[in-house]
Design a binder for this molecule. Structure first.
Ligand code: 13P
Length: 342
């Protein structure tokens, strides 16, 4: 099999039907904030134990194709000194590495940020490949206001995503390209749809321009919905219709899959929306891309609440993880019902 065929195969594997991706790639800073919100100290050992709890959950491979890891996590290990990446590979799960290094204010562009992480990326990717990673994630951020995102900000971030994708392909890693459109804010559904359309159109224009083979790329997208502070919150059906309408206008058929971030929605709402997307897809007789989940908070919030940092709560936390994964797998098939939350 040629290298390019291998990439296509990994991309398809990442979006296998009825499964999704667990985004466990919070930076140490974000993970520490989540620990502190539980009343726990922000310690490396607690972060390691929390990841161990999730990755050793029996049966996660039934629902998960890949797990996104932060640099510190891919280098970390279980109590028995098994590298987390080796543990995942042994379960048939693809280790995915988050390679962007976060955002900084975009000087001269009020309210906008650019994502860093291209410097030295080629060498870093090779090292991650040697540790078992076959996917990489890079997140850029677009804040919606009446005047943002600007054309300049969009262009810069899309070029960054295209360059990162090309570097991933060079070393045999599938890029999971994440232009996140931020959910929080007072914007309308129409404005979210307009911005998402504009960003995705530019992204795929630039990706093609830079000769990125889209059959080896996964898009990680926000769902298209009104902002968290808008008075009319979009219904699941509304989310499904607007999201699919947007993708049909912007995402080439050659992209094998689109996975969703939860973006600060409650776990149940993210699942309901995913279910509506699957139902809409079925009504339409199918779509060119596989749709799947790639949630972090939308999966992990109940896990953290069940755990509370206590060893004796590990079984309950693992059960909470399996429950969320199972419900999202059902939503992926359009067979979820909110009554299953009980
Ligand atoms: P959320 O599902 O919490 O939005 O996180 C997904 C992710 O990967 C953000 O980069």
């Amino acid at each position: 099999m040629s290298n390019i065929e291998k990439l296509h195969e990994i991309a398809l594997q990442l979006v296998s039907p009825h499964k999704g991706i667990l985004a466990a790639d919070q930076s140490p800073r974000t993970m520490n904030k989540q620990l502190e919100a539980l009343g726990l100290p922000p310690e490396a050992e607690l972060r390691r134990k929390y990841r161990q709890l999730m990755f050793t959950t029996p049966g996660i491979e039934e629902f998960v194709t890949g797990v996104i890891l932060h640099d510190g996590t891919i280098r970390n290990h279980t109590d028995d000194q098994v590298q987390f990446s080796d543990l995942l590979v042994a379960k048939g799960i693809i280790p995915i590495i988050k390679v962007d290094t976060g955002t900084v204010p975009h000087h001269g562009f009020e309210g906008e940020v650019v994502t860093q992480g291209l410097d030295g990326l080629q060498d870093r990717l090779q090292e991650y490949y040697d540790m078992g990673a076959r996917g990489a994630k890079f997140r850029t951020v677009f804040n919606i206001s009446d005047t943002t995102p600007t054309e300049q900000n969009t262009l810069f971030d899309c070029m960054t995503l295209a360059r990162y994708s090309a570097l991933c392909h060079e070393v045999g890693i599938v890029p999971i390209v994440e232009p996140e459109i931020i959910f929080s804010g007072p914007h309308s559904l129409e404005r979210a749809e307009e911005v998402t359309t504009q960003v995705l159109k530019k992204l795929f224009e630039i990706m093609s321009w830079y000769k990125v083979d889209l059959r080896g790329v996964i898009l990680k997208s926000s769902m298209v919905l009104a902002g968290s502070e808008h008075p009319d919150q979009t219904s699941p059906k509304g989310v499904a219709e607007a999201s699919i309408r947007t993708f049909q206008k912007t995402v080439p058929d050659t992209v094998p899959g689109i996975v969703f971030l939860s973006g600060g929605q409650t776990p149940q709402r993210a699942t309901e929306n995913l279910d509506a997307l699957a139902e809409q897809e079925e009504q339409m007789g199918g779509l060119p891309w596989e749709l799947a989940f790639s949630f972090s908070r939308g999966i992990e919030q109940p896990v953290q609440q069940a755990w509370m940092g206590k060893d004796e709560n590990i079984p309950a936390a693992q059960e909470a993880l399996l429950k969320r994964l199972r419900l999202n797998s059902m939503a992926d098939q359009g067979t979820y019902d909110p009554s299953m939350e009980a």
